[in-house]
Design a protein around this ligand. Structure first.
Ligand code: CBY
Length: 432
């Protein structure tokens, strides 16, 4: 065969290898779609308490290609109403998430992004985050939100400085760590943002500076290594709720690790098992993991690309039978509850079985408002404790109220964690 014949074949081979090399994805096969039903029912049957929760769900439905307008329309309305209500009080990450959801694919929602100058607002919010860091090292919110912000600006061609991004997301930055421990959610979001910026530099959309490109690539390399080192024996990366985002980061950065370093199928199987055990009861949690399990990542957001209909033959469960029906006559359980600042204040509380951490805190407050009084705010992950005994958590000081059970930090919030008989629950004044 002459050279002229070989060239097109080599070209074809080259192009068929590129996507594989840049993006290695394992996803749920069609015969296993039914195992995703619990996620869909969490996402479609919950009452959304915050607009960011709706944004999380909207983004996911659009990315996986669910086109059902009776589901999509109300979510899109809720998100827009929320922007109207909160205006400039939205945080950087909230604005970013809302922009991603409204512009996930080509729809009329795009106009809303531009009419309301969401990108300009996001640019200002990110500058305010960075400004706050020059004072005491911590952003106004957190590094996960900074990652989301840069990701949205990059995907929607907003303004940002690549050298600033390269500097901000250096892996040794303290904001990647809580209690000295690398946070997988935060690292994974940074990898997604940095990969978007890197692609922009390579494709020549942004002015290429070789030094920035090299340092961004080094950061991705080192963050991927840190993410992989948080892989557990069962395949989870970090914990149940960070695994989805971690998988997305690994999907888009497969040129930074060897195939032998990550068994994607094992991680996928463990997540499917966790779904069947009812782990994903929060819309935000279900939405993030659904995107991943359908082989999509936040880098697939493209306002100029028509909305896919990937899940055309996917049955959306209308009313999932409730598998967690409480027993007919609720039995009571009792738990130990304490608030720890430097002193410990303890009590014993009786609640119906099936109660969550927040129920225990409310019972304790009824007993003694001074000692057990607290305030709570809604977040996209459910209620978040902001103060106890009047002592308020503060981002600049990196203080927060940590939840523990028998001395171990919990991986669920107060609205979600179901308490057990004779368990020792604690809210502790902590520094991350
Ligand atoms: N999202 C955010 O801004 C949050 C970013 C995030 C990294 C987030 C986890 C991951 C995500 N996907 O959104 C995050 N948590 C942060 C940054 C924080 C800090 C918030 C303060 C700040 N600077 O903004 C802080 C204080 C360290 C923190 N999380 C505290 C807590 C505890 C809350 C207790 C309380 N006071 O109510 C708690 C319960 C841990 C504990 N044992 O005390 C906690 N977080 C948990 C469990 C979680 C996970 C929730 C999982 C679940 N099923 O409920 C989490 C997904 C998340 C939300 N935190 Co934080 C991490 C995980 O376990 N994988 C952007 C916005 C637009 O949505």
């Amino acid at each position: 065969m002459g050279q002229s014949h070989l060239l097109p074949i080599l070209g074809l081979l080259f192009f068929s290898l590129i996507p594989n090399q840049l993006c290695k994805i394992c996803e749920v096969s069609e015969e296993n779609y039914f195992r995703l039903h619990p996620l869909l029912s969490t996402m479609t049957n919950s009452k959304y308490t915050t607009g960011t929760q709706s944004a999380d769900v909207l983004l996911s439905l659009r990315l996986v290609g669910i086109q059902n307008q009776t589901l999509i329309q109300p979510l899109s309305q809720q998100v827009k109403k929320y922007v109207g209500r909160k205006g400039s009080n939205l945080s950087s990450g909230q604005l970013a998430l809302i922009t991603l959801a409204l512009g996930a694919c080509r729809t009329a929602d795009e106009i809303f992004i531009y009419e309301n100058h969401l990108l300009g607002h996001l640019e200002n919010k990110l500058q305010a985050e960075i400004e706050n860091m020059t004072h005491d090292g911590s952003p106004l919110t957190n590094y996960y939100q900074l990652g989301l912000g840069v990701l949205a600006l990059c995907l929607f061609r907003g303004q940002y400085s690549t050298s600033q991004v390269a500097e901000l997301f250096a892996p040794e930055n303290k904001n990647y760590y809580f209690h000295g421990q690398f946070t997988v959610d935060t690292g994974a979001m940074a990898v997604l943002a940095l990969t978007c910026v890197k692609r922009g530099l390579i494709n020549g959309q942004t002015k290429t500076d070789k030094k920035d490109l090299r340092s961004i690539d080094d950061h991705i390399q080192s963050l991927v290594k840190k993410i992989l080192s948080e892989k557990k024996e069962n395949g989870l990366i970090g914990n149940t709720f960070s695994t989805g985002t971690a998988m997305q980061a690994l999907f888009v950065s497969s040129d930074h690790y060897k195939e032998s370093e990550w068994n994607c199928q094992q991680t996928l199987d463990t997540i499917l098992k966790e779904i069947s055990q009812g782990a994903f009861t929060l819309p935000a949690a279900a939405a993030q993991v659904l995107t991943t399990l359908m082989g999509k990542t936040y880098l697939d957001v493209d306002k100029d690309f028509s909305c896919a209909s990937g899940l055309g033959n996917f049955n959306i469960p209308s009313h999932e039978p409730d598998t967690t029906t409480p027993p007919n006559s609720p039995t009571n359980i009792s738990v130990h509850y304490s608030v720890k600042i430097s002193e410990i204040y303890s009590t014993t509380i009786t609640v119906p079985s099936g109660s969550v951490f927040l129920d225990v805190m409310e019972e304790a407050r009824k007993k003694n408002e001074t000692v057990f009084g607290f305030t709570v705010e809604q977040s996209s992950w459910g209620p978040y404790i902001t103060s106890v005994q009047g002592l308020k958590a503060n981002n600049n000081d990196r203080t927060y109220w940590e939840l523990l059970s028998n001395g171990r930090s919990l991986s669920q919030g107060v609205g979600n964690y179901v308490v057990h008989n004779s368990e020792g629950l604690e809210v502790r004044w902590s520094k991350y």
